[in-house]
Design a protein around this ligand. Sequence first.
Ligand code: ADP
Ligand code: ADP
Length: 226
Amino acid sequence: IPALQIRDLRKVYDNGVEALKGVSLDVAEGDFFALLGPNGAGKSTLIGIVSSLVNASSGSAHVFGVDIATQRSQAMRLLGLVPQELNFNMFETPRDILVNYAGFYGVPRADALKRADEELARAQLSDKARMMSRTLSGGMKRRLMIARALMTRPRLLILDEPTAGVDIEIRRGMWKLLRDINAAGTTVILTTHYLEEAETLCRNIAIIDKGRIVENTTMKNLLSKL
Ligand code: ADP
Ligand code: ADP
């Protein structure tokens, strides 16, 4: 079963903008997949539909075989989302942010505490666990966003432009973390408008432009054509 299967997905916003014009896509379990495209191509819309933040106009999406439209809560349990904007409480500690997030999703407290330690270690935030998050560096805050999404143990991690607007040092730290996560078995999908980022990280790639997939191939194959 693919981690993500999208068929003929369309989205027309209320203002008449056709953000997706019939998108079909398969992402295999274990893949590290890039959705590359310029601003306005439809990347956020696609991710929004898959993560149930946006309703599709037509078409379907399945996460590990679970229909996001008719089995929404089951599908949402399988995926973790890392939004582009930092949206955690800057006046809480990283540890509390992770534990509270897991609690919100029904993870028993003992498990949440254990997972928080694991995720803080993986994100290289262990020594910052009890500091106020406001005091973390930009890179640490970004890695905390990723660690938080992993607290529910999603099988599919989706990131919306994870490194937009961050400098190269921060980007490298995030890339390392994402590689570790993928190597541990989690399927990863990210959107980006940097080919370099897709090239560095991803095995397979789809290019989206004006609401249509214009290329869908292996990274290797794409690079051989450039
Ligand atoms: P990307 O993430 O690739 O930059 P988006 O999915 O954000 O692309 O946008 C695709 C198109 O849909 C753009 O033309 C954008 O202006 C439009 N759009 C996005 N969100 C909305 C919205 N909430 N209402 C109306 N139009 C939108
Ligand atoms: P948006 O996410 O709103 O579409 P961009 O991601 O294009 O905006 O740009 C966000 C910021 O990232 C800008 O301040 C830009 O200068 C910076 N930026 C864009 N490309 C790079 C790059 N290759 N390396 C470092 N910073 C970049």
